[in-house]
Design a binder for this molecule. Structure first.
Ligand code: APR
Ligand code: PHB
Length: 397
């Protein structure tokens, strides 16, 4: 940090997938950026999050030369399973769309992105929390941050707020200039990472006792989730209770028993949909979780962040090469057009697959009818598959 730059073209707040992919994309266009991350490198690199990448996301990472390890160890999933009341329906993504998804842990991707940035000698600073952004409506906003025990400033042409839903970027926009449209759900997910050989497929299960999801990290490590009340303390659920609930909800009559093993981590994920509009204020642009949250059903969070980066990256390339502001002016509308489609999909998967005790009879019957249609109709399955593998980025353009 001895020679921390005092100015840059794009100041990026946050070294999650959004901030890191953006810094790589900008470098590809010859645009300078500085990434400021509040937390330590080890923390960011080991934070367990989701793990499903749309083919659109993988294609972009490959084009940026960032898919080396991913291509070696990611699992290709040509289908996913819907397990409704113990009966399986395979949604054959490949047959329905010609595309598939990859399972690759988000924290491994974050490690790859950090290593490649540091290897290029790029300015990427950890333990450097931003605490204010001054002059958002001026040509040269300034990010104020702390590092090595002192207050520092970074003057930028553009500020990219990639600091997640609880960061400072969205909060820096005056309330009168921003609308947050949101919905919460009356349930959460208790997630575990377990040393127990997982089934080969990603399984979404709807069971009378609640939703469950069986996903994978490797042949030895499973990632599983259970619908639970929103105020659940994950530590209060004993391992045996978690396995019993997962076994019941994921059971197939006559099928193999769910393999159990040591639980390495328990987490609680609240379920929420939220979108901040517009995704820009003056020279500040919001990307990824800083602008929107989707419930995890369908695993869209990381993929949405990367799609935002693709839209803003192209706009910034035009801006810095030719001074044209058209792309920047269109960023929010372009990004939001696709985001709302993904919000709709995530909401639909979520509401259809989670039983809610006491839900009114009419809504309950509609969900049952929706599911029956999905299980019988190839057209309905294709609609699910098209969204699951990822809408084309052109939908935003
Ligand atoms: N200054 C600097 N960094 C900050 C600040 C701050 N004031 N506040 C938050 N951050 C950092 C966080 O520590 C985190 O590393 O911003 C980063 C935001 O990263 P993510 O939360 O991963 O968000 P994003 O890059 O938009 O990725 C979206 O990844 O994390 C998942 O659930 C998320 O799947 C979704 C996707
Ligand atoms: C995961 O592997 O963590 C995962 C998979 C599918 C989802 C959500 C999360 O819908």
């Amino acid at each position: 940090m001895h020679h921390a730059p005092k100015r840059t073209q794009v100041g990026i707040i946050g070294a999650g997938p959004a901030g890191l992919v953006l810094s790589h994309l900008l470098a590809r266009h010859g645009i300078d950026s500085v990434v400021l991350e509040a937390r330590a490198r080890a923390y960011v690199e080991n934070r367990i999050r989701a793990g499903v990448l749309e083919q659109t996301t993988v294609d972009l990472l490959r084009a940026l030369g960032l898919a080396g390890r991913l291509e070696r160890i990611a699992e290709d999933h040509p289908g996913v399973v819907l397990r409704i009341g113990g009966a399986d329906t395979v949604i054959d993504l490949r047959a329905l769309t010609g595309r598939s998804v990859s399972v690759y842990s988000q924290h491994l991707l974050v490690q790859d992105l950090i290593a490649a940035r540091l290897a290029a000698g790029a300015p990427l600073y950890f333990d450097a929390p931003a605490y204010a952004i001054d002059g958002l409506n001026e040509a040269q906003p300034v990010i104020r941050y702390r590092a090595a025990g002192e207050d520092r400033t970074l003057a930028c042409d553009i500020v990219a707020g990639c600091d997640g839903f609880h960061g400072i970027s969205r909060a820096a926009i005056p309330a009168t200039a921003l609308r947050v449209i949101e919905q919460t759900y009356p349930f959460a997910w208790l997630g575990i990472l377990a040393e127990a050989p997982p089934a080969p497929d990603i399984v979404y299960a709807r069971h009378a006792e609640g939703f469950a999801l069986a996903s994978r990290r490797s042949d030895q490590v499973g990632r599983l989730y259970l619908q639970c009340p929103p105020d659940t303390d994950p530590a209060s659920w004993e391992d045996a209770r978690i396995w019993d609930a997962l076994s019941a909800r994921l059971a197939v009559p006559g099928g193999p028993a769910l393999a159990r093993g040591p639980i390495l981590q328990k987490t609680l994920t609240p379920l929420r949909s939220a979108v901040a509009e517009p995704m820009r204020h003056g020279r500040l642009f919001l990307l990824g979780d800083a602008a929107h949250i989707v419930p995890p059903t369908g695993a869209k969070g990381l993929n949405l962040a990367v799609a935002d980066v693709a839209v803003l990256g192209a706009a910034l390339a035009d801006f810095f090469a030719a001074g044209s502001t058209g792309g920047l002016d269109a960023y929010s509308d372009r990004a939001l057009a696709r985001i709302w489609r993904v919000q709709r999909f995530s909401w639909w998967m979520t509401t259809m697959l989670h039983p809610v005790p006491g839900r009114d009879g009419f809504t309950e019957r509609l969900h049952a009818a929706e599911l029956a249609q999905l299980l019988e109709s190839e057209a309905s399955q294709r609609a699910l598959a098209e969204n699951y593998v990822g809408l084309p980025l052109q939908a935003a353009l």
